[in-house]
Design a protein. Sequence first.
Length: 350
Amino acid sequence: MTTPVSQTATKNRQWLLASRPAGAPTLSDFNFVATDIPTPKEGEVLLRTVYLSLDPYMRGRMSDAKSYAEPVAINDVMVGGAVCVVEKSHHSDYSEGEWVVAFAGWQDYSVSDGTNLLKLGKNPTMPSYALGVLGMPGLTAYMGLLDIGQPQAGETVVVGAATGAVGSLVGQIAKLQGCKVVGIAGGAEKCEFAVQTLGFDACLDHTRDDLAAQLAQVCDAGINVYFENVGGKVFDAVLPLLNSKARIPLCGLISQYNATQLPDGPDRLSLLMGNLLIKRIKMQGFIVFDDYGHRYQEFSQAMQAWLAEGKIHYREDRVEGFEQTAAAFIGLLTGQNFGKLVVRVGPDAL
């Protein structure tokens, strides 16, 4: 990793992908550089990033394995959603000083022709929320649970990564549907937060050796919906407890993102397939904007109402300083964040 460069008014700081990680990413897989600020052409806007979202999917973009999206090329800017201010505009639909959500990447400045920008207005109250509870994680939780999970009042919903950006919202939405909600998180502090603040009925610490036994005791009527963010030993504990016609929205597998090979032990695919067949379980993966982007307004109206009524609690883990981005992302993949991880890149106004 190169030495960080101080922000100036004449440079564009960027985090580039320097190499493809073998296993867990390290700081040497990134380069921190400063380039010239780009100049917008006619029909374009210059965006300055204020908040940058860090999310687990970015680990997949560092790999050149076949996936639903193209990988980041070596020496290209890392991808990511951001909340930005329009600094210069040569586009009739945007004016200087407007706030927007953009897929701007890990950098101070970017240029857009207006495609896929989401307007936030001139003075949004909590602009960073557009990267979390009112953005991609919120839409993921809402659609994954309600459209695929289809929870019914009285059912038991289990949520992996229960205090993360998605899982924390899944559990709260499930409670609003009248469900019993059991979270799984890493550490006593996160589990206490899930119960005391988010309103979960229980939350279990996945770092304990007796996770499977605890889960079986808490889910004495089985599990109807399991919102999968984790994989690994958490799913191993869930699988035997799934009821007939259980639903599994498959959102992520963060425990596997740094793996370089399949885990040791016997091939357990037949065990999974047998359970899916015999119990008639529905397990469905989804890519949120590809599958549900057209329903964003439906989600936004519901979530804003819940927030206004105090029915949804939201925690943001904000990192101050763009220089800390790579380290914060590496920590995200091992669960060091507590809430939605956002980097404060720059000031609201220059």
